[in-house]
Design a protein around this ligand. Structure first.
Ligand code: ADP
Ligand code: MG
Length: 254
């Protein structure tokens, strides 16, 4: 993997704004670096980033994994190397090219139970294709699972996202503790999102983490979400875009 690739992953409790911020970040990267290769990965089986970026993916990593597994179980056992190269070829097929960036979704496993198999596949895929890009933005699944399963191992910039709730910040602290051992990050930072009252920030316990931004509630974002419009079309002066730009300058990304 190219050591210059910046892999930025967003983690935190559900509903705190990971997907919205991921999409805003993709928009900012595309604007700032029109000549760089940018990949957005929707790593949440709940599938939100595709919608936020205005994409309808036809093929997901879960589809590909199932196809390969079926081939193997159906007797078409191949050498491991062949499987890997087939996988590489198929992944290229699943990558959707948009204006200025590429997109890949983990998808929603249809078989009941555990996401662990597709998560471990995602980990390999991140390792395999990140080197082809300058920036990779990963919109993570809510909670700690993908950190625990080392899906995020190669992430260089870990973004912890929380709302102002105690629970949200507790989840962040848990993730940070585990990530210390299981993620090889260069940088870690906190974004507090949907801050209704700026006075809250004076009393909010940031758990010793670098606070990159306290993003206010953004009516424009809420309206875009209401209308199902892509976040990439948000005006450059909308609150989320302005605050995330500043946060990413602090974080050494922009
Ligand atoms: N700063 C904000 N202002 C207003 N609404 C927001 C803000 N951030 C997120 N939201 C809204 O909150 C909801 C959850 O956000 P989302 O990005 O999907 O969170 P997550 O991906 O962490 O589950 C969405 O409806 C989104 O539009
Ligand atoms: Mg989400």
């Amino acid at each position: 993997m190219s050591r210059n690739t910046k892999i930025i992953a967003l983690t935190g409790k559900g509903g705190v704004g990971k997907t919205s911020i991921s999409a805003a970040l993709v928009k900012l990267l595309v604007q700032a670096f029109p000549d760089k290769k940018i990949l957005a990965i929707d790593a949440d089986p709940a599938i939100g980033l595709a919608t936020a970026l205005g994409i309808e993916p036809e093929l997901t990593l879960d589809n590909i994994r199932n196809e390969i597994v079926e081939n193997v179980e159906g007797g078409k056992t191949q050498e491991a190397m062949e499987l890997l190269s087939e996988s590489r070829y198929k992944i290229a097929e699943a990558v959707v090219e948009k204006d200025g960036f590429a997109f890949l979704a983990i998808g929603r496993p249809e078989s009941a139970g555990c996401y662990c198999r597709v998560n471990s596949y995602l980990k390999d895929v991140i390792t395999m294709i990140s080197g082809q890009f300058d920036y990779v933005v990963i919109d993570g699944e809510a909670g700690i699972e993908q950190i625990n399963r080392r899906v995020m191992e190669k992430v260089t910039h870990l973004l912890l996202v929380s709302d102002t709730s105690k629970k949200g910040l507790e989840v962040i602290k848990t993730i940070e503790n585990v990530a210390m051992d299981l993620v090889q990050y260069d940088k870690i930072g906190l974004i507090v999102n949907r801050v209704e009252e700026s006075s809250m920030m004076e009393r909010l316990d940031t758990k010793g983490l670098e606070l990159l931004a306290a993003v206010p509630s953004d009516k424009t974002l809420a309206m875009y979400d209401f209308e199902g419009r892509s976040i990439t079309e948000l005006p450059d002066d909308s609150l989320v875009v302005v605050y995330i730009r500043e946060a990413m300058q602090r974080f050494g990304i922009l």
